[in-house]
Design a protein around this ligand. Structure first.
Ligand SMILES: *Cc1c(COP(=O)(O)O)cnc(C)c1O
Length: 375
């Protein structure tokens, strides 16, 4: 249970499911490919302190975060892990990479030059990865910088390259021609850099990229979302185990028998006999306001729609269709659960599962389930 003394709604995170998901992806990996784990943003909101050790125990040895601060925190949790920092080189933190064996993912020629000169000043060979931009126009060397790097390979003299990586823009759309274009562009860039890169591995596939086929696996898989139960193949049966259950605590149940409005803006009109449950979760908890009058929760296998607007701390559900004994104050309804996984809630909110998970608030009572070591 979390530190809160009187938690109302409860977020349960199944660490065994995270471990099983990692193993499933490692088992899918093409020959020679290793499966890493992306645990940026506090392991997509699920708690890196608990998630990272569960992944390590499952056999994962290579981890990716976005920020240096995240890497420093992870280093304390996993003293032995390989840790890559995706957001590039933070010039103020150069000494931290070396001291804590963090591997920056260098995303431009100027970052490469800066880290090389830092390594030279240190008189040490330092590990680093290089990010090549093949379609995202976000981070990574554009083609012109790949050419420049290929032409001046002494740039890399003080660097021991771990991986060359790139990131897919449309991996969740298997029909998109951009996937193969990026793979080709990436392969060409690696060939172009051939002399300079030595023993570095190549890494391209995020969660959805893994399901595009073995040719995308290369040396290292970089899944994040799928480890946490998000479907890497939208529109198809989800091969991943569900990790998250979010149970909203029912504070009040009321019955309305004359026409009445519900919630802010009076956007929902109860007509005729209606039973309503007021639940302790709102947009301050990451239960997104865009779910207003759109989303639903489940009481057992009965779908109960949101009535009116989601407010900051509370959401009202129309529970008229649920058996009366199932909805009582102090009881729970599944905001995320077996019948409404993260992806369905995200769909109703007009967003993606990633945003639902990373928005999960800090007010829930957090329960971690681990079949190996029951909490
Ligand atoms: C976040 C991220 C990943 C993980 O992506 P998922 O879609 O969550 O599997 C992999 N690589 C990079 C560069 C990322 O930023």
């Amino acid at each position: 249970m979390s530190a809160s003394r009187y938690p109302s709604s409860i977020l349960t995170i199944n660490l065994s499911a995270v471990a099983a998901n990692w193993r499933l992806l490692q088992d899918r990996a093409g020959p020679g490919a290793q499966c890493a784990a992306v645990v940026k943003a506090d392991a997509y909101g699920l708690g890196v302190d608990r998630v990272a050790p569960a992944l390590w125990d499952a056999g994962c040895r290579s981890f990716f975060v976005a920020l240096v601060d995240e890497a420093l925190r992870l280093r304390k949790i996993l003293p032995q892990a390989a840790i890559h920092v995706l957001n590039g080189l933070d010039p103020d933190a150069e000494a931290e990479y070396a001291q804590h064996r963090l591997v920056p993912v260098l995303g431009s020629l100027s970052e490469i030059k800066a880290y090389c000169s830092f390594a030279r000043r240190r008189g040490k060979l330092l590990p680093a990865a290089i990010h090549i931009d093949t379609a995202m126009s976000r981070l990574g060397l554009p083609p012109s910088e790949v050419e420049a790097l290929a032409a001046s390979s002494d740039c890399l003299q003080n660097i021991s390259l771990t991986y060359i990586l790139s990131h897919l823009a449309c991996a969740d759309e298997p029909e998109s021609p951009l996937n193969f274009e990026q793979l080709s562009c990436f392969s060409n860039a690696i060939k172009r850099l051939g002399l300079a890169v030595g023993a570095a591995g190549a890494s391209l596939a995020n969660s959805s990229g893994i399901f595009l086929g073995e040719q995308y696996h290369l040396d290292l898989l970089r899944p994040g979302s799928s480890l946490y139960g998000i479907n890497p193949q939208p529109g198809e049966v989800n091969p991943m185990a569900q990790v998250v259950r979010l149970q909203g605590k029912i504070l009040q149940v009321r019955e309305i028998d004359s026409p009445k409005t519900v919630g802010y803006g009076a956007t929902f009109q109860a007509r005729g006999r209606t039973r309503l449950a007021t639940v302790a979760a709102g947009y301050a908890d990451g239960y997104l306001r865009s779910l207003s009058n759109k989303g639903s929760a489940f009481l057992g296998d009965v779908r109960v729609p949101i009535a009116g607007r989601v407010s900051m701390d509370l959401t009202i559900f129309d529970i008229s269709q649920a058996p009366e004994e199932m909805a009582v104050p102090g009881g729970f309804i599944d905001l995320i659960g077996p019948a409404n996984p993260v992806d369905s809630l995200a769909f109703d909110a007009g967003t993606i599962g990633y945003e639902i998970l990373t928005a999960l608030g800090s007010r829930y009572g957090r329960v971690y389930v681990d079949e190996k070591a029951p909490v």
